[in-house]
Design a protein around this ligand. Structure first.
Ligand code: HEC
Length: 157
């Protein structure tokens, strides 16, 4: 009996360790590839780089929002958008060179930043990213058009 309890405790400990490793992974991908522009904690820079913290958990509640986020990371985006009432014209580079695991990890990490009380996030899986990438190819301009449609539909805050 005592043995079993020790084993269960040990397994629980490992689950915490694994969960932590996954979370760390996404923040490491962010630090390496995104932070320079989107800033520490993904708070953005008014008029230059959009805030992602507190917005990705909202965008990713809808399937169309999730595929949009995967498209942004796959094809990049260029054109004018408005975030936090600040218009900005910028270029978001494509990150098609990242593995599907890294894209899933960084999007899942970004979902956990900011207030999640109204939209508890469902993490992204590598499979979901692979399915998004397998759709017909888009240009950075197509992605802006996709964004405009989602903004009108209030999927993007
Ligand atoms: C060179 C600067 C730069 C880097 C590096 C960068 N981004 Fe961006 N990102 C931008 C800009 C600028 C925009 C807005 C593009 C526009 O105005 O069309 C943007 C837009 C986005 C959007 C869409 C936001 C919205 O409101 O629709 C997401 C999501 C995003 N970036 C995630 C990331 C992630 C994740 C990484 C790292 C893997 C990353 N970005 C790296 C500059 C950057």
């Amino acid at each position: 009996m005592k043995h079993r309890a020790t084993w269960a405790l040990c397994a629980a400990g490992w689950l915490v360790v694994i969960g932590q490793a996954l979370a760390d992974d996404g923040s490491a991908v962010f630090a390496r590839n995104c932070q320079l522009c989107h800033q520490t904690g993904a708070v953005g820079l008014a008029g230059a780089f959009p805030r992602l913290a507190g917005r990705l958990s909202v965008i990713s509640t809808k399937p169309v929002g999730r595929s949009y986020l995967i498209d942004v990371l796959t094809y990049g985006m260029a054109g004018s958008i408005t975030v936090d009432k600040q218009p900005l014209i910028g270029v978001m580079p494509s990150f098609a060179q990242l593995s599907v695991d890294d894209v899933a990890a960084v999007l899942s990490y970004l979902q956990t930043l900011g207030d999640q009380s109204k939209s508890p996030p469902t993490p992204f899986t590598p499979k979901e990213v692979a399915i998004g990438r397998a759709q017909p190819a888009k240009t950075a301009a197509d992605v802006i058009a996709e964004r405009q449609t989602l903004e009108k539909a209030k999927v993007i805050p």
